[in-house]
Design a protein around this ligand. Structure first.
Ligand code: DGL
Length: 266
C-alpha cells in the first residue's frame, strides 16, 4: 500500500490551530496540512447546507494535497457535517464536539455551561448529545459569536475581549455552572481571558488534547503512522487573503509561516 503523507486539518479560520498545536505536540513527526476557510468565516451563522458543501470541498482539497486522514478542527462543521462526510469519503475523518460528557462527570453543582457558536448549539447532533446527559446535569448554553471575530482579528487578549467574556460567562457562573466547556476551537485562544473571568468558580474544559489523542489512535488503528522519524513539516492554506492569513497564523502559531491561497473546486 502507498503511504500517503499528511494529516489534513481544517476550520473556518484560525481557531483550529489550537487542535493543530496539540497534534504537533503529540505527533511531532507527522506532516500537517492546515486549511483556514477564511473566505467563508464564520461558520457559526451559516446554514447547514453551506457548511456541508464547504466541508466536502475542503476534504477533497486536502485529499489532493495527499492527506491520509482529515481532522475537522471545528465544532460547528463537525456537528453539522461529519456524518455526511464519513458517508462520502473512505479516509478516516475525525471531528471535535463540545465535551459535555467529561463536564457532566466532573460537575459537583450539577450545572454545566457550554460556550459555542449559534449553529453548533442549534444543530440536531448537539441537541442529541445534550439529551444524553440532561438527566444528570443542567446544561446551560451561550452562543458567543463575538469570540470568533476577536480571535480572527487577533484581539483575543485585551480589555475589549475581557468585557465580552464577562458578558458571556458571568450569567453561566451565576446559574451555578462549575464546568465551562469550550465548544468552539477559536475559544482556546481566549483561554487566558476566559480564565480571568472564571477564576476559581469553575473548571474550563478544552478538547484539543483529547482530539490529538484520537488522531494518534486512528493512525495506529488504520496503519497510517508515518514511518520515518524525521520531524514533520506543516503547510498552511487559506481560501481568504493569504497576506492577512500569514499575519494571523504566524502570530497564533508563534512562528513565521507562509500561507498559500487555495482555490476550492465545488
Ligand atoms: N472554530 C469553529 C468551531 O469550533 C467555528 C467558528 C466559526 O466559524 O463560527 O465551531
Amino acid at each position: 500500500m502507498k503511504r500517503k503523507k499528511s494529516i489534513g486539518i481544517f476550520d473556518s479560520g484560525v481557531g483550529g490551530l489550537s487542535i493543530a498545536r496539540a497534534i504537533k505536540q503529540l505527533l511531532p513527526d507527522e506532516n500537517l496540512v492546515y486549511f483556514a476557510d477564511i473566505e467563508f468565516s464564520p461558520y457559526g451563522n451559516k446554514p447547514q447546507k453551506t457548511i456541508n458543501q464547504r466541508s466536502e470541498d475542503i476534504v477533497n482539497f486536502l485529499i489532493k494535497q495527499d492527506c491520509k486522514i482529515v481532522v475537522m478542527a471545528c465544532n460547528t462543521a463537525t456537528v453539522n457535517s461529519i456524518s455526511d462526510l464519513r458517508s462520502k469519503f473512505s479516509i478516516p475523518i475525525i471531528g471535535v464536539e463540545p465535551a459535555i460528557k467529561p463536564a457532566a462527570l466532573q460537575s459537583k453543582t450539577g450545572v454545566i455551561g457550554v460556550l459555542a457558536t449559534e449553529q453548533t448549539l442549534e444543530s440536531a447532533s448537539f441537541q442529541l448529545l445534550k439529551s444524553k446527559h440532561i438527566q444528570k446535569v443542567n446544561i446551560e448554553t451561550k452562543a458567543c459569536p463575538k469570540f470568533v471575530s476577536l480571535v480572527e482579528s487577533l484581539n483575543h487578549d485585551n480589555k475589549q475581549a475581557l468585557e465580552i467574556a464577562e458578558q458571556y460567562i458571568q450569567p453561566l457562573l451565576s446559574k451555578g455552572c462549575d464546568q465551562i466547556v469550550l465548544g468552539c476551537t477559536h475559544f482556546s485562544f481566549l483561554r487566558s481571558t476566559i480564565d480571568r473571568v472564571v477564576g476559581k468558580e469553575a473548571n474550563v474544559i478544552d478538547t484539543a488534547t483529547p482530539v490529538a489523542m484520537q488522531v494518534k489512535r486512528q493512525l495506529h488503528h488504520n496503519d497510517l503512522k508515518k514511518i520515518s522519524d524525521v520531524e514533520g513539516v506543516i503547510e498552511f492554506w487559506t481560501s481568504g487573503d493569504p497576506i492577512k492569513a500569514t499575519e494571523s497564523i504566524s502570530e497564533l502559531w508563534e512562528q513565521d509561516v507562509n500561507v498559500a491561497k487555495a482555490e476550492l473546486i465545488t
